[in-house]
Write a protein that binds this ligand. Structure first.
Ligand SMILES: *Cc1c(COP(=O)(O)O)cnc(C)c1O
Length: 425
């Protein structure tokens, strides 16, 4: 019998201290991100970054960006963060953007804007998104919500978009073509210029999903141009019409903040909703939300302002050097490997099928979990995911030791089981 989640609504109130104690107790089994034990989900920029975010959060906990005439502070915060990000991502002077609640919302906005643009400029009635199988699932969510068809193309042996297959899939109904910088599963950067050209060829939009890379790649290029540079991948590429970058990932801001930028105000207009036929008054919103918390906006502003480019360069160097040590460590163990040639902060671990003794990576994940390390599981191919951030740097030696021990254990173990990237309840 299905168990009910219905419980009696609390009748009498509870004193503040007790409420906080109860909440704190709920966290007992949560992953220990503050000790660097997660490779994803939470990205820790250190004590000072947390401090400035927490102080900003307290100031703006109750504010509402639904109406920036009432809260000009939040209008400024949004406009400054978008402007700074546009500068970082080589936007032309007309670049215009908004803050959203995260990568998914930024992507949903890009999908909706592309559909509206294709309808308005090219009368496309049955709009399509062309994307690689490596592109984030949020694009499929956008297609589902906004009534577009998806045309999924494979990746090459290097895990980047197969350009020939993409060229075949792009056509008169294409509203949006997707590039990732980098893509999440293997951490490699798509050939953005070539993808953008395919989109431009039919007058379609091209979105670069830099949710992961937006606040990493620009600083990596400055730090180690020889090893960590990528071919042009941002608004410097002509045919790129929009780009997303998550402040709440490697921007090291707390959850609920991402930037979506469009190449011009006119392109941004396709994203906004403006309804003037309601008894409540004109309803004009920049993204999918109505009431919009000022907390993540202000906290992200505070983190970016506190770190500056110098701070991000330091954190990016730390994250990529840590990821490099991890890649070297993984490749040195017989039975597992790192697919592709990811050079930044993302990577995955898969079974090495060319080895005489391939290791089951989910059993490896179980053995690492038993040592209190959290890795998301993905596939196909079956893999453990690592988004490495500066918060992992202090414990990388311990992780490498545990990986070695876990590999020995996994060789002898029964196969492990898959877990989900995201969950319902
Ligand atoms: C995390 C991620 C997203 C989705 O962002 P959320 O903030 O989780 O909604 C989109 N694209 C890529 C490449 C990502 O890594």
């Amino acid at each position: 019998m299905a168990s009910s989640t219905i419980g009696p609504f609390p009748i009498s109130g509870t004193p503040v201290d007790e409420v906080v104690r109860e909440l704190d107790a709920k966290r007992d089994n949560d992953v220990r991100w503050a000790e660097g034990r997660t490779f994803g989900l939470v990205f820790d920029g250190g004590d000072e970054v947390r401090d400035v975010a927490e102080r900003a959060a307290r100031l703006f906990l109750h504010e509402n960006a639904l109406n920036t005439s009432a809260f000009p502070s939040l209008g400024e915060i949004q406009s400054e963060l978008c402007g700074w990000t546009a500068d970082l991502l080589h936007g032309p002077p007309e670049t215009a953007g908004f803050l959203t609640s995260g990568g998914t919302e930024s992507i949903l906005c890009a999908v909706e804007a592309a559909r509206e643009r294709a309808r308005a400029e090219r009368s496309v009635a049955e709009p399509e998104i062309v994307l690689a199988e490596s592109a984030h699932a949020a694009f499929h969510k956008g297609a589902h919500l906004f009534g577009l068809q998806t045309r999924v193309v494979p990746v090459t042996d290097a895990w980047t978009v197969d350009l020939d297959a993409m060229a075949d899939a792009v056509g008169p109904n294409t509203a949006l073509v997707v590039a990732s910088a980098p893509q999440y599963p293997q951490g490699v950067v798509d050939p953005v210029a070539e993808i953008a050209e395919l989109a431009a060829g039919v007058g379609a939009s091209c979105h670069v999903d830099a949710c992961m890379g937006g606040f990493v790649l620009p600083f990596a290029t400055i730090e180690e141009p020889d090893a960590w540079d990528s071919p042009p991948w941002d608004l410097a590429v002509d045919g790129v019409t929009s780009i997303s970058a998550d402040l709440h990932k490697l921007g090291y801001a707390p959850k609920g903040a991402s930037v979506i930028l469009h190449r011009s105000r006119q392109l941004r207009r396709y994203q906004t909703f403006d309804f003037d036929g309601w008894l409540g008054g004109r309803y004009v919103t920049p993204n999918l939300q109505g009431t919009r918390s000022g907390l993540p906006m202000a906290a992200a502003w505070a983190v970016v302002r506190h770190l500056g480019a110098d701070g991000y360069r330091r954190l990016v160097r730390s994250a990529i050097e840590t990821a490099d040590r991890i890649r070297t460590g993984v490749r040195a163990i017989d039975g597992i490997t790192v697919p592709g040639d990811p050079r930044h902060h993302l990577l995955s671990i898969v079974s090495d099928t060319s080895s005489d003794e391939p290791i089951d990576v989910f059993a490896l994940g179980d053995a690492l979990a038993a040592r209190s390390w959290h890795h998301d599981r993905q596939g196909p191919p079956d893999g453990l995911h690592l988004t490495v951030s500066a918060g992992n740097a202090p414990v990388v030696d311990e992780w490498l030791d545990d990986l070695f021990a876990a590999a020995i254990e996994a060789r002898a173990a029964a196969p492990g089981t898959v877990t989900d990237y995201a969950t319902l309840e």
